[in-house]
Design a protein around this ligand. Structure first.
Ligand SMILES: Cc1ncc(COP(=O)(O)O)c(C=O)c1O
Length: 505
């Protein structure tokens, strides 16, 4: 499989002209939509009449046909055989999670809920309807729980175990094998895999249906940039729990009696009994084009994963090695100890960090984001909806977090540093995608270096290399090996910007 990386600049110019000088590093938030996709979608809609899928008219049938074709194509994209899996279209990953939660909360005796520390708030909230819940603080705790024998009472309780395939905070990828292990070892326990962040660049293969998650949720805008649509992939042999939910709406029923008798009969197919109301059929039409354009531009998710992981490794190493002239590190990076940027099964293309000053004190996350914006760089900062990950890596216990809250801090605000000594309350995050380039990485590292190491503002384009070189000398002349390292880096930047090797004059 030939990588597309060698023609990335050509792809970027053709498909993402709207970037217009922006360095976009928030692919975990939403990746970029290619122009070809938008044209194909617009062309399809302007030359065909798509009606509400519930009628017998040709316009309605066209929509129904398209919806079913796209449903099968998405299953194929994940190697999920339709014999073993069904796909339910939902608004986004969160709606998929809520669909599972809604079904569990209808269980008469209630349910137990276990979730991993790295979970996004959308998974954490499922605990609110459970009769008991546990947040697993480490992988070891999860693995001990899976291996443990439980009491007869525990075994008879319905349980749901959920975790993210990739942390949306630091990109750590969790073991996918847990789903199969839970199925073998824990009676009456279902697994919910949150693949939202993972699928931005990760490749999910559901061909081994025995070990697959019972429920997998995703948001397509994170994979393809567009459409704003999600799905819940359901393992058919685990679907009962969902189809037994009490609510029905739209076409999910075969018949309903309402005037003097409250009776209804549900549809049988998993998706038919769960897709309440009119499907977002225009978005589903767009999804078909998104799959085509993705394949044309990038090939397969494996190729995307290899491309983005290669860039992330460079970003991580560059940021990790940035030093002030007194030798103090510039970035504190929050990498999970089980993850490695050399291994895409353990680490996705995200780097989460905070910046320190030469004396070790912190720079506020929102200040870094503001400086990045001034330099046309789009990143994410804050608690990133990942309370467990942020609390663990930034070493906040619940008492400290509550104190911060009482002192006025809320998620997403600008209370960057709190508590004794001023500790970070959130992180700075860069995340890469299918269409990221080495230039994006260079620009960001260079921005950090210019803004914090050299202390100057870098507004507009990257500054001329000659000026950088002269600025660098006094700062690093006391450490000769570092001078060499910086020279190498600057030569790389030069090569990237100009396509030529730098020749010293
Ligand atoms: C891991 C993870 N789970 C869930 C979500 C929620 O996705 P959505 O807002 O599309 O429902 C996100 C969004 O960033 C995420 O990264």
């Amino acid at each position: 499989m030939r990588s597309y990386s060698s023609k990335i600049e050509e792809i970027r110019q053709r498909e993402y002209g709207y970037l217009n000088g922006v360095t976009y590093l928030d692919h975990a938030g939403c990746t970029l939509y290619p122009t070809t996709l938008m044209h194909k979608f617009a062309q399809d809609l302007s030359s065909n009449l798509f009606g509400n899928p519930h009628s017998a008219s040709p316009s309605s049938m066209l929509s129904s046909d398209r919806v079913e074709t796209v449903r099968s194509r998405v299953l194929k994209f994940f190697n999920a055989s339709p014999e073993h899996f069904d796909l339910v279209f939902v608004a986004n990953a969160t709606a998929g999670i809520k669909m599972v939660m809604d079904a569990f909360r209808d269980i008469e005796d209630g349910y137990w809920y276990g979730y991993h520390r790295d979970s996004h708030t959308s998974l954490v909230g499922v605990r609110e309807h459970s009769k008991a819940s546990r947040c697993f603080a480490t992988d070891d705790q999860v693995e001990d729980w899976i291996a443990s024998t439980s009491t007869a009472e525990e075994d008879s309780t319905m349980k749901l175990f959920a975790y993210p395939a990739q942390s949306n905070m630091n990109g750590r990828r969790s073991p996918l094998k847990w789903c199969g292990q839970v199925r073998k070892n824990k009676p009456n326990t279902y697994t919910l895999l949150d693949a939202a962040a993972y699928l931005t660049t990760g490749s999910l293969d559901l061909s081994n249906f025995q070990d697959a998650p019972d429920f997998t949720c995703m948001s397509f805008y994170k994979i393809f940039g567009f459409p704003d649509l999600g799905a819940l992939i359901v393992r058919k042999s685990s679907a009962d729990i969902l189809t037994k939910r009490k609510y029905f709406g739209g076409g999910t029923v075969k018949m309903v009696l309402s005037i003097d008798t409250a009776w209804h009969s549900k549809r049988q197919e998993v998706h038919e009994s769960l897709e309440d109301g009119t499907l977002p059929f225009h978005n589903i039409v767009a999804l078909g084009h998104a799959i085509d354009v993705y394949a044309e531009l990038y090939g397969t998710p494996k190729q995307v994963s290899a491309h983005a992981s290669g860039l992330a490794k460079v970003a991580y190493e560059r940021l990790l090695n940035l030093r002030y002239s007194n030798g103090a590190p510039v970035c504190e990076i929050y990498k999970d100890e089980r993850a490695s940027y050399n291994d895409s099964t353990t680490q996705g293309p995200t780097v989460a960090f905070n910046i320190r000053q030469p004396d070790g004190s912190w720079v506020g996350k929102s200040k870094v984001e503001e400086a990045a914006i001034k330099n046309n760089i789009h990143i994410r900062s804050g608690g990133v909806c990942n309370p467990g990950g942020v609390a663990s890596f930034l070493q906040w216990d619940s008492v400290g977090m509550k104190k911060n809250f009482d002192a006025g801090m809320t998620c997403g605000d600008k209370n960057d540093l709190m508590g004794p000594g001023g500790k970070p309350t959130g992180i700075v995050r860069i995340s890469l995608g299918a269409m990221s380039s080495m230039g994006d990485v260079e620009k960001f590292v260079h921005f950090v270096e210019q803004t914090y190491v050299y202390g100057g503002e870098m507004i507009g384009n990257i500054q001329p290399i000659a000026r950088l070189k002269s600025e660098m000398q006094p700062l690093t002349s006391d450490v000769p090996s570092r001078v060499e390292e910086k020279r190498r880096m600057l030569k790389n930047i030069f090569r990237n910007m100009t396509g030529r090797n730098y020749v010293s004059t």
